[in-house]
Design a protein. Structure first.
Length: 277
């Protein structure tokens, strides 16, 4: 595409970053007000979402980052406060039974133990066999989960209520001349509501254990397909997204996860960039 077209579709302003910053500040201030602060919960979540999207743009990345961090801090503060209160010990007076009642209960317990000892001994072998079978099944499930957690070209992956399949990796450069990994993918909407692919997942690159820098505008990359609204059961093919590369001589660890998730198991893979050149 031409630079004129790129400038038209990617204006210098970053409305997502601005919205994230405003929502983050307002949500943080009102969030400190007891009870009333909980009404700002949607603002905290939107600040995080807009911040993540805003960081993918070229401009005002700092505003997007600050807004996202403010939203996260407010959520941690509000939930952490109530968790701390719930963990505080309560003053309860213990209720002690009399010595006679205790002796009576102990006698009854001994009799009951004598009655069930033979049954426990008879079923011990069967329980051990069941435990062994369950242990083997759990190991098999864990191994299957580990295999499913790898990004494999051509194999579908379940991302929340959606299915994503990576079809190809290619190398390119952005307008600043920095190296970029281009990811081609297919996406299926398995949910009951309309959704845009790019709002449901995020690819992140790591080199030497550190997240790579954000990439700039890359020509001839089809970002628009992944931004289209898709109805339930709908599918898009050949959509593209990008991940920044800091060092072409280092392997790139690619991670795929739900766009907004605080507890999930991402899909990962390691890419030898020399194989793509």
């Amino acid at each position: 595409m031409s630079e004129a077209t790129a400038n038209t579709t990617m204006p210098e302003k970053n409305s997502m970053a601005t919205a994230a910053l405003v929502l983050g500040i307002v949500g943080l201030v009102i969030g400190f007000i007891p009870f009333l602060g909980w009404f700002m919960f949607p603002a905290w979540v939107m600040a995080i979402i807009f911040g993540i999207i805003g960081r993918k743009q070229m401009f005002k990345k700092t505003s997007a980052t600050v807004g996202m961090i403010l939203g996260i801090i407010t959520i941690i503060y509000k939930f952490g406060f109530w968790i701390l209160i719930a963990m505080l010990p309560t003053d309860e007076e213990p209720d002690f039974a009399s010595d006679e009642d205790n002796e009576s209960e102990e006698s009854e317990s001994e009799e009951e133990m004598d009655d069930v000892t033979e049954e426990v001994d008879a079923g011990a072998t069967e329980e051990e066999e069941q435990d062994t079978e369950e242990g083997v099944n759990e190991e098999n499930i864990e191994e299957a989960d580990d295999e499913n957690a790898e990004i494999v070209i051509g194999e579908s992956m379940e991302i929340d209520d959606y299915t994503l399949t990576v079809q190809d990796y290619t190398l390119s450069t952005d307008h600043d001349g920095d190296d970029v990994l281009v990811i081609e993918y297919d996406w299926v909407n398995n949910s009951d509501e309309n959704a845009s692919p790019f709002m449901t997942f995020i690819f992140t690159g790591y080199q030497d254990g550190v997240e790579t820098d954000s990439e700039g505008i890359v020509e001839d990359v089809d970002l628009e397909t992944g931004q289209n609204d898709v109805q339930p059961g709908g599918e898009v093919e050949g959509a593209e997204t990008t991940v920044g590369i800091n060092d072409m001589d280092e392997e790139l660890e690619l991670e795929l996860d739900v766009l907004l998730s605080f507890d999930s198991d991402p899909y990962t893979t390691t890419i030898d960039l020399e194989d793509l050149e």
